[in-house]
Design a protein around this ligand. Sequence first.
Ligand SMILES: *Cc1c(COP(=O)(O)O)cnc(C)c1O
Length: 834
Amino acid sequence: MKEDNRIGYDKAVEELRLREYPMLQGTTYLDHAGTTLYAKSLIERFSADMMTNLYGNPHSASSSSQLTTRRIEDIRLRLLGLFNADPEEFDVVFVANATAGIKLVMEAFRDQREGYWYGYHRDAHTSLIGVREAAAQHRCYTSDAEVNDWIEESDNEAMTPALFAYPAQSNMNGRRLPLCWSRRIRTNKKGPVYTLLDAAALVSTSPLDLRDPDSAPDFTVMSLYKMFGFPDLGALIVRQSASSIFDKRRYFGGGTVEMVVCLQEQWHVKKTDMLHERLEDGTLPIHSIMALDAAISIHKELYLSLSETSKHTTFLATKMYEGLSALQHGNGGNACQVYKDPAATYGDSCTQGPVVAFNLRTQCGGWVSNAEVEKLAAVKSFQLRSGGLCNPGGVASSLGLVPWEMRENFSAGQRCGNDNDIIRAKPTGMIRVSLGPMSTLQDVTSFVNFVREFFVQDAPSAIVSPVTSLEVEPPTPSRLYVENLSIYPIKSCAAFSVPPGEAWEVRREGLAWDREWCLVHQGTGAALSQKRYPKMALIRPSLELEEGVLRVRLTGSLRDSTFTNEIAIPLSADPRLFTNNAAYREASAKVCGDVIQARTYTSSQVSAFFTQALGVACHLARFPAVGNGSGPVVSSRHAKSHLQKKHQKAGRMQIPGAFPETTAHVPGTAVSKPILLSNESPILTISRSSLNRLNELIKAEGGKAAQAEVFRANIVVAENPHYPPGSEKPYAEDDWRYLQVGQQYFELLGPCRRCQMVCVDQQTAERNQEPFVTLSKTRRFDGRVYFGEHSCHLPMANASSPLVQSPTIMVGDPVRPFLEDDVGCNEILHALVT
Ligand SMILES: *Cc1c(COP(=O)(O)O)cnc(C)c1O
């Protein structure tokens, strides 16, 4: 019966969602703990308010200023009312976000002459933990029992003020902590122990009752955008009787003082009457506060109350928890390891909020890499969160990570948000799905089905590619040939195909001119990539060696008759060839998180061209040349190596910092290939037969076939068309060790790990689901998806030969693979000295 009610409410939410959340079309939003979403009518009401009324800066006598002041005072009252907080007992201070509220409290304690003691619960958000840095002494309570013991402990009157902080709800697993601690601390502790409640996660889906000032925390912080989706605003609610802690605050800013004298004498008089007047430095975010009024009204109109939201989300979270917990592999092993606090129960809104944190396990009991889950989620349009979740204590205790391991992981290259997320057989982060007022049962079902479809294995055997059972004889040298050679002069932009018949220079660091340039964000210096800017696919560079220019054309939807659609960049790296306004500037750029030295073109024409095309302020940058102006420019290996690092990480190299050779396991086989961990993984080779196989499977499911370009391969190896049809050998490259291409030799370094970037159509820049979805069903090994092989050129020992001095390959060259145990293999090793 109760469930029927909930289903009725859910149906109503489904209907209002069509109207109010047009941005949710085609996507499943499961990151309400990050922020919930704003309703269309909220934005409309806010906009109508802005259009109708004239709001000035407060603090003056004009009618527009008075109107602002009056509205803000009303809204303050309204926000307090939402928590049943009596304005006689509480004041609200507007801040940028919950963190800013926490900082304001921390600063007040820091400004106490005697210093302060700080205690916090293990489940604290990072922003609460930082408060310890200014404390004279601090302690992290690793369990509720420790907190309870401390509360009951008899103590002497403390000399220094003390602050105890904890989250009302963990932002990691949604566990709700006891709200009675503030009252108990106040009654049991002799010294002044203040309490700070971080309600940012709780109030987004739950009411909070501050009716009784004796049991209320002294300071309560929250993020209002987590409740309403908009405005971007936070609040600090202070119990009036605790407000004296702010008396020693040293800073003052505009709006918080009555008078300031700074010539000859230096004194100021602070405002004294209202706490918020003393704490709100500078002009308030007046328009955001106006929007808060609309936000409170619309939330009430759409969802009735926070307690309705609480019931709805509690219901959905229970379904999510049960759905994920029930997923089992064919061998009976659980697919999901859910991190539920033992003190919490899904379905009980006092102990558990609408959040589920988990990791996925493979059938063999290993962990699935979160980066892989994220990639598939991105392709299937689920919005979720993964990683450390800004909750270091909670994550470490759930994952069983001890400090030395975290230090070790850090020095092994693990950072918040990188791909390297399983270290020493433990995940270093988790996945979090969280629900909000506009979530529906359908969201939950789709997500559980998604996990089942991609991560639950039925048969005890691993997924293997359906290699044909046809046994054909070993490939003869002429069986394979180079179908295509591609260069990507500008990282993440379109390919340039080497014209047939043209001998192309190949170097130790890759094919000539490959990824010589990149686009860097003007603000952050980070290299742009298609993952974030798919339209980069429509920027088509071509190398015109005779003219000595890199010509860049805009194609498809980037073409615009009102702007130039073409630009030519001199290939020469010599700055003297540039006019004054087009000189290089030495600047650092970031490629895949690594800082490298790149030279930025300061020509405003060049920057304007790319900025205009992509709609993001960027510069063109070039990796610095080594040597001099004579002859072709050789990229510095160092610069390149950073670019190539991406590929290296993508391979099977899980031991950053290790040098120079290690052994890697090749998917689908028991053969080992040594992988160079030095700076080169410069050429990506793919097989046409493998691509054809992949496309057959995609088409069988009604999907759109993938073009070779999406894999950003340099060399496409194909089987000769005069060989009988049906004798293709897809994924034969898994076993290749070396390749002879024309007169040159290449070593295969290991398979290339893939992400959702392969889903960007290189002709239209649209994102598809394929080929990533099918790849991840057929080419996933150890939780990672692979396609193509990293490879590098092997220079020959005999330096007098022209083949050595100026090695080249071309389209149409015959290709001969060597397997690990081929006789030729050792010969190559002996013939080549690197
Ligand atoms: C989101 C969150 C914060 C941080 O909020 P900001 O608005 O980003 O400052 C702090 N604590 C908890 C529990 C949260 O969920």
